[in-house]
Design a protein around this ligand. Structure first.
Ligand code: TXA
Ligand code: MG
Length: 335
């Protein structure tokens, strides 16, 4: 199929495609999403085909008005209301018991549904002109999430009806996913809203063990997405955990002409190998913003090995750590 590239002023055309059961990639503040009518099971099934996504990995439903949530969930408890009031629209996804309206294709057989109210004006306008949208990240399953129009075209051209150009995504990593459906609140995936911010609104909140560690053999994933190999470029990614001096020394000893380094801006002129900067030293928001584009660039530049700094496991650094540790297949070298 031919994939239309639409401008941000062509949301009406995109909404018509959605209403006809088609697939549209849309910009959000986190990453680009691949959207279909959330209540149309056949349309949602086509998302899985276009991405090559395993059918047991559920999707997030995107809304553009808090009142839409009542048709999607069985209950909207007080702690969910407080989080929604504070962080919506924005990069927070809340898991709640699902209503019977939600097709099985969306929830992948679970009795819960994940809901998010994005803040990107184009996403809001598209939902407003159509309906609540089921949308995973708009990448081929397994590759880094798309944060630019170019990334979406590279992965999805010819596989979906349309892509709306909304420029580059501001956050760069996906939303924080929290479950409020199983007793104590628990973060299943860290993202743009930090654990510290969430605790300041609803108090005690756990972080699922799968956020920072691989699942043990046979262990069930609370968030099915966590069990799959993810965010992976073709190159081997290795995290280096140590001081900046030790990082530079390790690279000087180990690099060859197929090595790339995800480095701080300050390091790019002093390291001897291919450098892909991910922002200034200690700026974890910049690391988040650049991460997926940097992993894709490593492949474009045909390197076989990528070394990266190990981010701090706090604030938005926890989201960067969660993504890059998976891209690295949990390979970390302590310096
Ligand atoms: O920022 C984002 O969240 C982006 C943009 C497009 O909104 N979307 C996104 O979707 O990252 P996706 O499908 O790539 O990741 C959703 C994650 C997956 O790990 C999935 O397993 C989990 O959320 N998830 C969705 N529904 C769930 C549910 N009912 N219970 C547990 N985990 C769920
Ligand atoms: Mg994804």
């Amino acid at each position: 199929m031919d994939t239309l590239i639409l401008g941000a002023d062509e949301v009406e055309k995109a909404a018509q495609i959605i209403k006809n059961g088609g697939l549209v990639a849309m910009p959000t503040e986190t990453v680009y999403g691949l959207a279909a009518d959330a209540l149309n099971g056949n349309a949602v099934a086509n998302i899985f085909k276009a991405k090559g996504r395993p059918m047991d990995n559920p999707l997030i439903v995107h809304i553009s008005d808090i009142s839409q949530i009542t048709g999607l969930v069985r209950e909207f408890p007080e702690n969910a209301r407080r989080l929604a009031e504070k962080f919506w629209p924005g990069p927070l996804t809340i898991i709640l018991p699902k209503s019977d309206n939600i097709p099985d294709e969306v929830s992948a057989g679970l009795d819960t549904v994940a809901v998010r109210f994005p803040s990107h004006p184009v996403a809001k306008a598209l939902i407003g002109a159509s309906c609540p949208l089921a949308a995973p990240s708009a990448n081929l399953s397994g590759s880094p999430s798309p944060t630019t129009l170019r990334h979406v075209i590279d992965d999805m051209n010819g596989r979906i009806d349309a892509i709306i150009d909304g420029g580059d995504c501001a956050v760069g990593v996906e939303s924080t996913v929290i479950t409020l459906a199983e007793g104590k609140p628990r973060i299943l995936r860290p993202g743009g809203i930090t654990a510290e911010q969430i605790r300041s609104v609803i108090g005690e909140t756990d972080i699922d063990a799968a956020v920072t560690a691989p699942l043990a053999d046979g262990q069930k994933a609370s968030s099915p997405g966590m069990k799959y190999k993810h965010y992976s470029p073709k190159a081997e990614v290795i995290l280096l955990d140590g001081s900046d001096d030790d990082f530079a020394e390790y690279i000087r000893n180990e690099y060859d002409d197929k090595t790339a380094v995800l480095c701080y801006n300050e390091e790019k002129d002093v390291l001897p190998c291919m450098c892909i900067p991910v922002g200034a030293k200690n700026d974890d928001s910049a690391y988040a913003y650049h991460l997926f584009a940097a992993l894709r660039e490593a492949d474009e530049r045909k390197c076989s090995r990528v070394y990266a700094h190990c981010p701090k496991k706090e604030g938005i650094g926890l989201a960067v750590y969660n993504r890059i540790i998976r891209a690295a297949g949990f390979k970390v070298i302590k310096l």
